[in-house]
Design a protein around this ligand. Sequence first.
Ligand code: PGA
Length: 252
Amino acid sequence: MRLVILDNYDLASEWAAKYICNCIVKFKPRQDRYFSLGLPTGSTPLGCYKKLIEYHKSGNLSFKYVKTFNMDEYVDPNNAHILDGNAEDLQAECDAFEEKIKEAGGIDLFVGGIGPDGHIAFNEPGSSLVSRTRLKTLAMDTILANAKYFDGDLSKVPTMALTVGVGTVMDAREVMILITGAHKAFALYKAIEEGVNHMWTVSAFQQHPRTIFVCDEDATLELRVKTVKYFKGLMRVHNKLVDPLYSMTEEN
Ligand code: PGA
């Protein structure tokens, strides 16, 4: 496991975007070899997405041969744009999603976010650590945390969601998890300093051969000083992963 600690949200977002950019460029995607990228929803990845847009606009990064798979989607009958969540047969929709991932040759890099309760995608506490894409009922903590996206009105927050399973993400060749903010500090502690536990589903990634956690200082507040010191000491090594920042124009 790698733990990359940046001073603040903006720097963590930029680091994550550079890492994703380098993964894609180094892969050299082409028509017969797409790069498959799993992406999270939520507010955490927004800074990273903005940076990726920047790299795209400046011509460094192309998404022409990149397939993306979204981690989760609300089941919300009021929103006609959410196709998956409106499917007549939700389980068939989930099975088809798993099939599409398989057809794409699996996910090369799954980027994820977590909730303060340690959920990865919408795999709420108690979810099976080998779960696949399915319909989940959301925990009250998640509904409360996400009310901000629905005018703070709890009655508007969907209570169910379609989500990839922990097993679906575990199958990715590489996983990057973004964790920022003091409100996620306890979850980061549970994720990396305690054992694998289905009540903190993100902890499953202790058993993934290639997981990289990218966080800000605030998210490390519950970690042991020696953990933080050790990983900060590795920053020179970690920074080699994003510096230099590769560019499509140079590589192709
Ligand atoms: P957030 O959501 O990025 O908006 O904090 C993450 C999550 O609940 O998985």
